[in-house]
Design a protein around this ligand. Sequence first.
Ligand SMILES: N[C@@H](CCC(=O)N[C@@H](CS)C(=O)NCC(=O)O)C(=O)O
Length: 204
Amino acid sequence: MPSYKLTYFDIRGRAEVSRYILAVAGVDYVDERFTEEEWPKIKPTVKNPFKQLPCLEIDGKVFIESLAIENYLAATFGLHGNNNYEKYQIDMVSSAVTDLIEKYMIAAFETDEKRREVSRNNYLKFLPVWLKATEAIFQSNKFEYLVCDRLTLADLQFFCGAEYLVDDDEHVFDNFPSLKVLFDRVANVKEIAEWRNKRPKRDY
Ligand SMILES: N[C@@H](CCC(=O)N[C@@H](CS)C(=O)NCC(=O)O)C(=O)O
């Protein structure tokens, strides 16, 4: 088994989907985490040429860009779909989750009260559209999981994003019960449940 080291900040953020994939695949890896205070010193030394995180090393080979890393890991550990169409759907779900969570984070980290309100409204306007669209994808596929008959990267993307939504509003799925079923189904995957239990508890 190659050696894996995933380097990121001490949060879920852009590394958590990769951590979920590694958990589901049963891969032992170094979960290297830096604090914000340590970052200015570390930044010039990181192996990512863009000087950002996350950064994954596999036997010393450097992988960067969170979505590309997730795709690489999903392909390596059989979490892509069964065909090109399912792979397209996984990519589509990943992009849509990224869009939503970016809006959520912009609002969450805005320090100016007025701008925060504008950003928060922008997020709240998109949220029901996103929920409806995601539910429609799930229902039209008629599988137990989002895009096919087994857990894929799409479910992990959905779940990882949805964790923020549920933290923010425990009633977020009240009008979207099938998404609640999907959320709970992913939460109950043994390796996911184990990782959530043992991982450092972080807000983001
Ligand atoms: N497109 C990149 C964005 C990476 C990124 O923005 N990383 C942030 C943390 S989430 C970072 O390294 N910030 C510190 C810095 O840029 O100095 C990815 O998805 O990996």
